[in-house]
Write a protein that binds this ligand. Structure first.
Ligand code: SME
Length: 160
C-alpha cells in the first residue's frame, strides 16, 4: 500500500473518521512494530481530522511517558495521578474535557490547547497506553469522537 493518506475536505467529522479509520486499519495491518504504528496513527489522525495535537503516552510501570505524537513538543512524563491523562489512567475510562482550564490539575503543555479527549488502551486488565487528542477549540469533542477513538483503542490493544 502506498504511504499516502486520502483526506476528505469539506465533510463532517463522522465522514472524516469513516474515511480515515479503514486507512489506519490497513496501515497497521502489515506492520507489527508498536512505535511505528503509533507514529503513523498520530499522523493519520492529525492529517485526516485536523486535530491540534495527537499523541500517545506509554505506561512505563511507574508513570506515563511521551510516545509518538504529532504537534507541538509536549511534557515527557505524567504521574498516574496528574492531569487528564492521569485521571483517564486511574479511572480506566475515556475522558472528554470541554474546557481544559476548568479541569483541576490539567497539565498545560500548550496554551493553545482548549479541549481534549483522552482514551485509555487496555489489555489484560491493565492500561498499557493512553491516546491524547487536543483541540485549539473549546468543547470540540463529543460522543462521536469517543465512539471512533475507542474503536481505534481496541484495534491498537489487539496488536499489543
Ligand atoms: N493534556 C494532558 C497533558 C498532555 S498534553 O495535552 C499533550 C493532561 O492534562 O493530562
Amino acid at each position: 500500500m502506498a504511504e499516502e493518506l486520502t483526506i476528505l475536505k469539506n465533510v463532517g467529522r463522522k465522514e472524516q473518521y469513516e474515511s480515515v479509520m479503514p486507512q489506519i486499519e490497513a496501515l497497521i495491518s502489515y506492520e507489527s512494530d508498536l512505535i511505528a504504528n503509533l507514529a503513523n496513527i498520530s499522523a493519520a489522525l492529525r492529517q485526516g481530522l485536523g486535530f491540534f495535537w495527537v499523541g500517545f503516552y506509554l505506561n512505563s510501570g511507574k508513570d506515563l511517558v511521551l510516545g509518538p505524537f504529532q504537534g507541538d513538543i509536549a511534557c515527557t512524563r505524567i504521574a498516574y495521578d496528574r492531569g487528564v491523562c492521569g485521571a483517564s489512567y486511574s479511572q480506566e475510562k475515556t475522558l472528554i474535557v470541554a474546557d481544559v482550564d476548568a479541569f483541576p490539575g490539567h497539565i498545560a503543555c500548550s496554551s493553545a490547547s482548549k479541549s481534549e479527549i483522552v482514551v485509555p488502551i487496555i489489555k489484560d486488565g491493565k492500561v498499557q497506553l493512553i491516546l491524547d487528542v487536543d483541540s485549539d477549540q473549546l468543547d470540540d469533542f463529543s460522543e462521536l469522537d469517543k465512539e471512533y477513538l475507542e474503536k481505534l483503542a481496541k484495534l491498537i490493544a489487539g496488536k499489543l
